[in-house]
Design a protein around this ligand. Structure first.
Ligand code: AMP
Ligand code: ZN
Length: 118
């Protein structure tokens, strides 16, 4: 497993920083966002360090992430009501943690307009 020393989410994967884990398997960790924007706000991350979805992601990690999103949505009770999956890449998208993470958001009706508003 590649680990970046200064990466917050690598530290969460290693257990050096506590998190509220809601799902874990060999490749993926999912935990509650520390400042939730919605009633359900979970971050789904690969355990392997990738800077963003724009990195060269191993197919096994990509598929594990997709499967984990759906498992998390079902476990969190938002699969039927609906949810949104967002991943920020780079400056214009205000990516603040440079370890690939998928925001899984739900539990409340969201806007259907401006894609820049989450
Ligand atoms: P982004 O702006 O897409 O890079 O998202 C980073 C997310 O990580 C934000 O929604 C933060 O609230 C969240 N975050 C930062 N630190 C932690 C932490 N220690 N535990 C859980 N979530 C965090
Ligand atoms: Zn990392």
């Amino acid at each position: 497993m590649t680990r970046e020393d200064d990466c917050l989410f690598c530290k969460i994967v290693a257990g050096d920083i506590p998190s509220e884990i809601v799902y874990e398997d060999d490749r993926v960790l999912a935990f509650k966002d520390i400042s939730p924007m919605m009633p359900v706000h979970v971050l789904v991350i690969p355990k392997e360090h990738y800077s963003s979805i724009d990195a060269d992601i191993a197919p096994e990690d990509a598929s594990a992430l997709m499967e984990a999103v759906s498992k998390v949505a079902h476990d969190q009770g938002i699969a039927e009501s609906g949810y949104r999956v967002i991943t920020n890449v780079g400056d214009d998208a205000c990516q603040s943690v440079h370890h690939l993470h998928l925001h899984v958001l739900g539990g409340e009706k969201m806007n259907d307009g401006d894609p820049s508003v989450r």
